[in-house]
Design a protein around this ligand. Sequence first.
Ligand code: HEC
Length: 150
Amino acid sequence: MPRIATTAFAALLLAASLARAATPDDSIRYRKAVMNTMAGHFGAITLIFTGKVEFQDALLDHAEALAAAGAQAERLFPAGSGTGKTDALPLIWQEAEKFQKAATDMKSASAQLRDAIRGGDKAAIGKAMKPVADACKNCHDRYRKDEKKM
Ligand code: HEC
């Protein structure tokens, strides 16, 4: 890393270590970062699994990362993070219990896909893909602003 970049990175780390509690904007940015992480890894898994690219050796890494992000779904929507630059609908906080179930579905579907990929059985992996896609879609259909549906 060039020295200037190293210095900038160190400054960023220092700023981060002095950070105050997350603002609603930070919470929104964070959940978008995790959502985009999930989209990236699930997209990569799909490309590998369908044979569009080879990279079989990366399949498990993507699945582990997807499961790690999926495990965070339940805490991505703290109270107060429903306004600002967000496509999250108020319904999330109005029916919090039902919403949490959608987040838990994400967590378990991504964990099951990871386990199937660990196991290496192609049919089992194929079977574990759809519940993940469904978990994304079900939640977006109900809790995300219309124009952004996947
Ligand atoms: C429990 C509900 C839920 C689940 C499960 C879920 N999402 Fe989301 N997702 C949302 C909501 C709500 C937003 C809008 C967030 C915002 O704008 O603050 C969103 C936003 C996004 C975005 C846009 C992020 C941005 O930069 O604006 C992407 C991409 C995304 N989700 C992908 C996925 C993928 C892929 C999955 C499944 C692997 C998934 N999501 C699962 C609720 C969910």
